[in-house]
Ligand binder design. Sequence first.
Ligand code: LLP
Length: 414
Amino acid sequence: MSAFTRISGVLHAESVSLVDVAAQFDTPCWVYSRVALEAALDEFQDQLIGFDALVCYAVKANSNLAVLDVLARRGAGFDIVSGGELRRVLAAGADPRRIVFSGVGKTAAEMELALTTGILCFNVESAAELERLNAVAGSLGKTAPISLRVNPDVDARTHPYISTGLKENKFGVAYEHARALYGRAASLPNLEISGIDCHIGSQLLDPAPFAEALDKILALVDQLATDGIVLRHIDLGGGLGIRYRDEEVPTVKAYLQPLLEKLKDRPLQVLLEPGRRLVGNAGLLLTRVEYLKPGEVRNFAIVDAAMNDLARPALYGSWHDIVAVVPRQETTAAWEIVGPVCESGDFLGHGRELALAAGDLLAILSAGAYGMVMSSNYNSRPRAAEVIVDGDRVHLARRRETADELYALERCLP
Ligand code: LLP
């Protein structure tokens, strides 16, 4: 469902006009919809009825406490990749037994924190990490539940920066080494083998690579059983894409059904780690046109959001739809939508056909995932506010930073 619709021409989040949001919270401002978050999670949960399954939301996509809270209340677990994310999900009230910990570089301190918290599973990504985790768990007198993140070497056919399942990627353990490494894990005293994990990439639009990866993982599950290693769970990672422009996006059903078909007769708990699909289309970035600068070659609309807020266009060349909150009737022109940051790479959209005037509000759509979390303070720009709309109410989920907060941790020389 789309939670962002027009009422009398004006773009709303649920029942709240974005004109009112801008008046109350100023711009730039991230706007999330509770109903859209819940609907996205429900789409997964509905497919999983009858399965022993847990949807572990990939916190990296959007880690605002209010977002975590909404998803936790609806039954989500969490996939974290740092001690910082662990503290966040605990602050949002997450159940430790619904947390899995991914990532190639877990420090000893992060392992200690996760072990004392009592999380569900560590997704171990290398032989060296396995040894360290065993040592850290031993020093605490604890046993660490583990799965190995196995790299199935399938082509996710997505952007190279966000493809993770190929041999050349830094993620996971090589498929050919996995069996021996499970043997090693079984021999270590402070580890308890719980499952197997794989994640092949992000923004996948074709369900086929997921099935291809699962076939390889299940073959390994069977080999391990002959070695006497019987797994309790299988974690299929995240990666299902969303529509940014005109992509043909598989439904959650089309993505999950073929996978669940292969899993239905196996006594394995099913874990999933969706990020973008749960939050991407549930958020937008609200911005105001500061100046229009028409030119001979290009027309620039300089807005108050920038690459420090939404880095994806500059970083990946990704496309986000940009629409007027209150559309004008005048004839349109092609505008470069750019921010105030001193870089030519600071753009949010190229050649967008819009009728614009200074002061107009624009919404940059599908910005709920990898938006605020990837923002920075470049050019000493305070990070934008985040609000979450719930019906006809708006909650401030993170207040705007102030300029003096940006240097509060710094000191001049004595
Ligand atoms: N699990 C693991 C182990 C991951 O590395 C990721 C994402 C996910 C789950 C969630 O993937 P999703 O369902 O969101 O596709 N910043 C990039 C995306 C980076 C994704 C990193 N890993 C972007 O803006 O497109």
